[in-house]
Ligand binder design. Sequence first.
Ligand code: ADP
Length: 227
Amino acid sequence: MTESVIEARNIFAGYGNADVLRDLSLSVGPGCFAGLRGPNGAGKSTFLKLCLGMIPSRAGLITVLGEKPGSAAFRQILFRIGYVPQNTAGGSLPVTVREAAAMGRYGKAGFLRPLSRRDWELVDAALEAAGIGELSGCRVQELSGGQCQRTAIARSLAMEAELLLLDEPTASLDAGGRAELLRLIGRLRKERRLTVVMASHDTEALSECEIIYRFEGGKASGELSCA
Ligand code: ADP
């Protein structure tokens, strides 16, 4: 049996004493495109943060790429997980798109190691794969919402992530931008065999998913079976 990329069993997790996720179970197989949908506040972002070890689980079991988020072993494999948070604005850092994508290599290589020529080749290939090669020298503050999403995706590709966690990636995009981003995700899944988990309200984006988990009342229920 192939091991799941994400396996969550009877999870309780939240903030302070309040559990947002209550007895939540779900599973995402290798190469799967899984959607998380549900009303605002249902816990989709919280689940993604749990997968990254940003918040702990109070009860239940969760493994991501075979490790328990937050554990020492998990921190060693964190570079295998790309995360595109909500509102991926460029922020106030005065860096170029190429430098922002290169942060993915630092995550992998270690912050104290200067990047090698090979690292920069991977960064440039990631920018091309994300369709923003021509923006390489632009400042991230100057980017549109869609270009910011692509920069965050390029950063994940530069670190050769196997799992991509996307939080409302199409929220700030117009119809054209949404369609382009979905095409990009489809292409990357095929070419790089990425496993993708996407929290979204966007019905069109969710229709591309092989399995959709509906978040409600702290739990998740699967709506389609993974092909
Ligand atoms: P969704 O992504 O489904 O909209 P979230 O996971 O963002 O839902 O939020 C779930 C619940 O957790 C909401 O009630 C929200 O107010 C609460 N919440 C989110 N982040 C925090 C936080 N950092 N501290 C306390 N409560 C939070």
